[in-house]
Design a protein around this ligand. Sequence first.
Ligand code: F6R
Length: 584
Amino acid sequence: MCGIIGYIGKNVESVILDGLERLEYRGYDSAGLAVCRQGNIQSFKAVGEVSKLKRTVKFCDDFGIGIGHTRWATHGAISLENCHPHFSQSGDTALVHNGIIENFEDIKAQLSGMQYYGQTDSEVAAKLIGDKLSISSLRKMIKKIAGSFAFAAISKGGDSIYFAKQKSPLYIAKKDDGVMLASDPSCFAGFSNEYISLDDGEYGRVSISNLTIYDSNDKILQKQPQKLDFKFVDEEKKGYAHFMLKEIYQSRLTLENIIEKYSGSQMQEVLSQIKSLNFDRIFLIGCGTAYHAALIGQYYLRQAFCIDIYAAVASELQNECLPIDESSLCIFISQSGETADTLAALEYCREKGGKIVSITNTIYSTMAQKSDFCLPLCAGQEKAVASTKAYFAQCLILYIFTLFLQRKDYITSLKTFKNQIDYGDDFALGEIADFISKYQKVFFIGRGVDLITAKEASLKLKEITYIFSSAESSGELKHGVIALVDENLPVIVIATDEHLFKKTLNNAHEIKSRGGKLILFTTLNIDDDTAACFDKVIKANSAQKPLLPLQIIIQLQKLAYFTAVKLGNNPDKPRNLAKSVTVE
Ligand code: F6R
């Protein structure tokens, strides 16, 4: 994974650091930059966040040529040696890389006489490109590499940035007095309102006066810039201790944005066009939290239609022998629109002839560009790694989509829900967070749609608290999992469906008889005797049935948040994770 940036112009260090901050969602294990001025290259590196790099950099406002990188480690430990930029043998060429070089060990074995200071695949690329950077050395390098890459390289005394793209995103913006390359066009906001999007196999060089792009057959290409209709808003915490908490509290705002956008004629037209496509089965595809939204979408659509509807994990889609063809509607769900597994699944569905719809928060993303239709999430920038308001929005868009296909009014229902959203009682949630923070493992159980919420709540808890957690189907407990229940296991029971509650309650009793601690999250009105079965109860406001999973997840997101804070973790930047997962 990782984010890369290149810049030619004045104030190189500060422009690159600003860009790296925008790209930090792609990884924050280490960050580095290299700048060439008056024939010399100077580099700065730091383990950890871009803010740490900032403290080591010597700023200069003179004209220069620079590259920068923010890392999510794939090969090699999180260390200064493995931090980008990487250097050729003599140090005359500096290179940053986003992607994975699958054959780096073979290349290393073939390259004789090189001294390696680290363990990354990217350093091998720097050694391979060599000390004399040119189009020819770049071309030779990329033809030898198997895997994914976006490269930017500079050399001592050079006037250009050399670049190449294969399966990792790379964009260029060029003005008379500056050039910028980046993994994400959001870096261009404030610099240029036009950019060029590179396609796989393309490579070239850019200087202040010249841009040359070659295609994969080594022919020079003329590419037209596209408009960047985007303002970068550097979100602030605005009084919240963390972005995650702020974003949970932005659920209502997100809903308001969705109501506004999806009551307008533009989205009605997009939805009508999707509806008129000739499809007889629907696939809903995503990763992690977005996959859980796909499961919610599957629940909505299966309640409404008798056609095949199937939610799939993007990374497994190609292994599942699914009947994807010209009559399939393939809906891809992704906050970032850049998740490599989801993009690979999209390509696969496209090859099979499927019609492609994306539901994404990032309308200029690779996913949005590669789709026939895009349904925006309207959630605004999500900075915290753990997805909260975007999940809320993904489920809402799938709800809208289902009702639109049914020719039903969704706006009235969403407006009603807006006034019902329940952020819960912080004191009560804080007490439960205190309680579960003392345990090493937690289970979430539920039936029907509550099992999906259990999966999402469990993912949220584990990713930011590092407590082992698992979501189990209430009915399946007795078929094996109950063997793990004892007095050291808190079990969070999720119950929003009154028709399933009796059975779930029986399962809760089975846990209690074996010493397990029980916490109930419900939207149902329960009597005192029932409440007495549980060690703790959280009761959220009721809402229309299809929206209950959204009502209850908000409080479970907050539970994960409070537990992480209690344990002293930074919920915004959990260990080992990145906001956008751009490797398969
Ligand atoms: C969990 C989380 C991840 C993402 C997943 C997909 O809180 O954020 O599980 O949902 O990596 O990311 P997107 O939605 O960007 O495709």
